[in-house]
Ligand binder design. Structure first.
Ligand SMILES: *Cc1c(COP(=O)(O)O)cnc(C)c1O
Length: 413
């Protein structure tokens, strides 16, 4: 592991996190391990050996430009959910032929951008198909499309991250498939190259991938019978990671791929779309303790980080493990770890067993590489945090903290 403890001090690769905290001016800040990013990506590459495939990294999980460049350099593709993510992926150097543009509410300007760059586009609904068609006409350019099927498979995850059940806002109504095929046939600019589904995120059992693949292959056959020649099968759905640090048996990329490998016809190129499982465990949020208080029943560790920098616990009641980054010699007590934001939902962890930390000591929120920085906000006028990357013995700043002057610049004064 790239984050580990030695003599009570937390390390990221070869560097002591406490020394990094003393050295950098910002707090809180995000800290990533390059080695872990590379390992997680290579695990997918090894798992996919022998298959034609595209690993489409879901940019929304973590959009730091330097992290994107590292992934692109290793051969990764990109899954995008907005025009700006598309622009950023182009800046990072991703090959548009390995980009897929997704979403239930893609706007016409976003679609025109995607068509112009020859990015593959997933059709999510009737109106979405008509908009894609319009974008292709305006640009006078053909576009490769995939149809987003709703697999109606329950991934058994938090409802906010379950995306492929019948009542989901994503995907087409499968009974209407013929309508979509007819429209595509009638339009020379729409080139149907595959089908897509997305099951959800934080998935802890690979059986759902197998069920979805079986169902999707039925659709492939049904569509081929209508004279289309499909070359992509896009099975989206993200593996969970061990947030609780107590389940080393969670499925790995090999488990995922092996669960569907024998089902796949050799002529189809498999697209998978991992986000969380590539970057989730590669980063931490490093905070400073502002003070410790009690209300008689409960003890609170108040830190300078908050739901503004890391919202997953507040938004999904998500568990992220918390550790002090330095040795503290006092008895362990039960604390809620909270930020300074004026909301009772502003907690990073509840009922945690930790030693009572002195003021100014360091406290890390684990597994903060995915859906943490990208979900940060300016609520309570907290500034978007800086990001640092460790590569062996080297520390590199990979994003400046937003400063108050940056914020003020948005207004005409
Ligand atoms: C968010 C998203 C992903 C990534 O999911 P993870 O759980 O982070 O792996 C992949 N595909 C699509 C279409 C998404 O919206």
């Amino acid at each position: 592991m790239s984050f580990y403890f030695q003599n009570g001090f937390m390390y990221c690769e070869n560097l002591r996190v406490k020394e990094i905290q003393e050295q950098v001016p910002e707090s809180p800040f995000y800290l990533y391990s390059l080695r872990q990013i590379q390992k997680n990506y290579q695990d997918y590459v090894s798992a996919l050996k022998g298959l034609q495939s595209i690993i489409g990294y879901a940019v929304k999980a973590n959009n730091n430009l330097h992290i994107l460049k590292h992934l692109q350099n290793m051969g990764c593709g990109a899954v995008l959910v907005s025009g700006n993510e598309l622009r950023l992926a182009l800046v990072a150097g991703f090959d548009p032929r390995q980009m897929i543009f997704n979403g239930n509410g893609k706007t016409l300007p976003e679609l025109i951008l995607a068509v112009k760059h020859q990015v593959m586009v997933n059709i999510d609904s009737e109106f979405d198909l008509l908009h894609i068609q319009k974008a292709a006409e305006i640009s006078d350019t053909p576009v490769k499309v995939l149809i987003r099927i709703n697999p109606d498979v329950d991934p058994k995850v938090h409802p906010y991250v379950s995306t492929g059940i019948k009542n989901s806002k994503f995907g087409i109504q499968n009974e209407r498939l013929d309508w979509f095929l007819e429209k595509i046939k009638q339009n020379d600019r729409l080139n149907l190259v595959g089908i897509h589904c997305h099951l959800g995120s934080t998935i802890e059992t690979v059986a759902v991938f197998r069920d979805a693949t079986t169902l999707m292959l039925d659709f492939v056959q049904q569509i081929q019978e209508q004279g289309f020649n499909l070359c992509y099968l896009n099975i989206g759905g993200g593996l969970g990671i061990d947030y609780k640090k107590n389940n080393p048996r969670l499925p790995t990329p090999v488990d995922l791929v092996d669960s569907i490998r024998e089902l796949l016809p050799p002529e189809l190129i498999l697209i998978i779309e991992p986000g969380r499982s590539i970057v989730g465990n590669t980063g931490i949020l490093v905070n400073r303790v502002t003070g410790v208080k009690s209300n008689g029943n409960k003890n609170f560790i108040v830190i300078d980080g908050s739901m503004s920098e890391l919202i997953r616990p507040s938004l999904y009641q998500a568990y992220q493990h918390i550790d002090l980054i330095e040795p503290v010699l006092s008895n362990v007590e039960t604390f809620d770890v909270v930020g300074p934001v004026c909301e009772s939902a502003d907690f990073l962890g509840t009922n945690r067993q930790l030693p009572r930390p002195p003021e100014e000591s360091g406290l890390a929120i684990h597994d903060a590489g995915a859906y943490c920085h990208t979900m940060s906000s300016n609520y309570n006028l907290k500034m978007i945090p800086a990001e640092y990357l460790v590569d062996g013995n080297q520390l590199r700043k990979i994003r400046h903290r937003q400063e108050f002057d940056d914020y003020l610049r948005q207004f005409e004064i």
